[in-house]
Design a protein. Sequence first.
Length: 433
Amino acid sequence: MIWNQEAECMPLKEKEKLQLNLLKKVVERAYENVPYYKNLFDNLKLKPDDIKSLKDIEKLPFTTKSDLRDAYPFGMFAVPEEEIIEVHTSSGTTGKPTVSGYTIKDLKIWGEVMGRALTMAGAGKKDKIQNCYGYGLFTGGLGVHYGTQTIGATVIPISAGNTQRQIEIMEDFKTSIITCTPSYALYLSEVLEKNDVDIKNLNLKAGVFGAEMWTEEMRKTIEERLNISALNIYGLTEIIGPGVAQECEEKNGLHIFEDHFYPEIIDPNTKETLGEGERGELVLTTLTRDGMPIIRFRTKDITALRKEKCGCGRTIVRMDRITGRTDDMLKIRGVIVFPSQIERALLKIEGLQPQYQIIVTRPGHLDELEVQVEASSNLFSDEVKHVEEVKKMIESRINNEIGLRVNVTLVEPESLPRSEGKAIRVLDKRDFS
Ligand code: DLL
């Protein structure tokens, strides 16, 4: 099933014409209404009129996460604040998050693209969609919610967590589709097994999983364990939330909803635009958003674009699953964490040498975060004398900084590897290859 045949199966020429038209308009909107863009364009002696072809997008400056942070909270809005009817923020918990503001029209667009995404996963009016993405400032919960309303499916807005209850509801309500992070889907399958729930008695047929990196192997495991079709969904707060791209049943890349989001791939070092099939950093421009138009956002996610027509009949471009990031951002249990946040927490502790290593693993199906810290004797002040106390204190400081539970291991001074060049602060032992 295709939700919006016209938009999703547009002939190439027609699509490019539409995109150029929308690009011109969004550039003009950004220039006229967002002082940040006006200054930037003026400094570069650029005018919206300079956009005469799609290729001209390459003349435009990039927008980065830190540009958005600098504009915190509402500096990137292109409409008066009273036109904004909803706000969300990126999933990191400290520092200034990036804010996304939506007008009524923007929420309609979000509902539309999420409706298309859920339809790709086989959802329709008869489906009961158990939405285990977190509701709140995170975009996962409400993004899926709006999509279910677009297509008229029944949403079970259970939000994240409380796995026993998830299972009970899944059985009682005969849930047919679940939406959550892939790692939570695996965890859920494990708990189902422990609870001796016979998967065949459940009504599950598909899952829409995203918000973090995962692999083909993980897909296979989830599909086998839950007896469903597991599909990949991609998105980010800055652009709209979930619903930028979604896999169809062909499972051969994620279709980008190109009538709303314009994708490019660049070489993250030279910033040159790369061709079809070449792997690089995904850059996205919002073509239709009113509340917060974003031009050439550097996602830092690594992928490649594929233009050939898909077996499903859609003509919109596909992106490969994300295989990495150009920065050191980690997503742990769906939450954005930068190693620098952990370092900041450690530096605030008197007597602590910031020699540390962050180790991320996925022992069962959920991410675990361990921080190894070198313990020197001056860490043990008069108030804290015991290893256990020091460990607890560091754990709680890091927890305050990143909002996630962490295991601290105190190790001997000078026992962590030293590097001549860039220190290797993160050992991500999860397998995303
Ligand atoms: O994670 C939006 C979302 C919610 C997507 C629910 C899918 C499902 P943020 O918290 O702003 O937004 O994080 C965005 O998460 O730049 C990627 O690095 C990563 N990411 C999101 N989806 C995928 C995916 C939401 N399918 C950041 N595969 C992005 C790999 C993903 N990484």
